[in-house]
Design a protein around this ligand. Sequence first.
Ligand code: NAI
Length: 462
Amino acid sequence: MASYDVIIIGSGPGGYVSAIRCAQLGLKTACVEGRETLGGTCLNVGCIPSKALLHATEMLHEAQHNFAEMGLKGKAQSVDWKQMLAYKDKTITQNTGGIEFLFKKNKVDWLKGWGSIPEAGKVKVGDEVHEAKHIVIATGSESSSLPGVEVDEKTVVTSTGALELGKIPKSLVVIGAGVIGLELGSVYARLGSEVTVVEYLDAITPGQDGEVAKVFQRTLKKQGLKFIMGAAVQGTTVKNNKATVTYKLRKDDSEATLTADTVLVATGRKPYTDGLGLAELGVELSDRGQIKTDAHYATNIKGIYAIGDAIAGPMLAHKAEDEGMAVAEGIAGQKPHVNYGVIPGVIYTHPEVSSVGETEESLKEQGRAYKVGKFSFMGNARAKANFSGDGFVKLLADKATDRILGAHIIGPMAGDLIHEICVAMEFGAAAEDIARTCHAHPTYSEAVREAALACGDGAIHM
Ligand code: NAI
């Protein structure tokens, strides 16, 4: 048995970041993790492996579609699926090993095993019970289940199974046109699978700026993805290693089926808090199973905190990281703050899609007067040279004050470009502040400046 200032349960982006920050602030810290490797869903079976497959297949697409035009001739690329998976696995190992190194460097103890909280101030890992003045629950989330759909991680898979399929499926049905479905759907479409996305709503990526969602769907269609919209999946059956998906169209209640080699269920995630002993402790949960916390991430039980996917808010690794740092700083007596109005969202397809702050829809709903500055990547020299002219930057600013309220980008490096706007928003900047900032030429970031110029007297290259 050991005694700690803080024990964090879970080593995903929320937990490991929190552990490192606690240790940096002089707190004796341990992190409990039952997986073989640190890093949680994100590093082991989420963000990182999917990005490796996205990168590899993007390269394939580039080679197949644009090399010849650039005068790059030679043998066409073919896919060695086993090798691609090995590359993905190496990427995972490099990253999870990196966290282990950081734990050692910062003197964070890794308590190996699954943790539970027998009582406030105590964490049980295996047969050992450790003491902690503060306990942070950072146990993340798991794929939510869909009635009538039995996941076997072979034919009917979640994102976990989709990252290590035995072979590239000839046909893939994706249930849910959210972030996971579209990222992994893109991977397999580029690998030659016939991909059909079945979505309950009439637009893809719920909560996204409507205009971006439309352009995004059109772009994915051009890439070969098929969409069946307004369709509620009723269930799946598996026979002879093939899965049949039954869905009902919302407009007329008619039922239809689709059969495919693989079905990916991507209809959302739910907090993962099994086995912690929360009910026995009396920790309050919302009706969606999220741990209830106050603004300082404290639960209703003294000394127990929760962060990340296990609590309310967007299920994003970087939101969990920010909360992980904030809870550590709060425990150490500082006064941290997470600005939930400036949390970027990125979809790592090609082109990428990113957003921050308000959408036109949310501003209309609030009855706020706003202006739109838009610039197409077609007017950006660098994008044109790189076959990346599809897409645009859209900046939303307050009509009277010019203060930036939100931004939505679909296009090359959208996931990186958004951060200039995030910083500007943190400083309460006006669109004119970005418009008057010199941007290097030729860069994609000029499109952000042009969108800011379009909020004022007009973009130059449009
Ligand atoms: P999601 O919530 O983004 O999308 C799920 C979609 O499934 C919705 O469009 C919903 O309308 C649809 N749906 C639900 N039930 C259905 C049914 N019976 N039939 C047809 N469609 C149905 O969920 P997703 O993609 O599974 O992602 C889970 C979480 O992981 C999200 O919070 C997401 O933000 C996060 N994530 C973020 C990533 C990123 O930031 N790049 C990458 C991967 C996941």
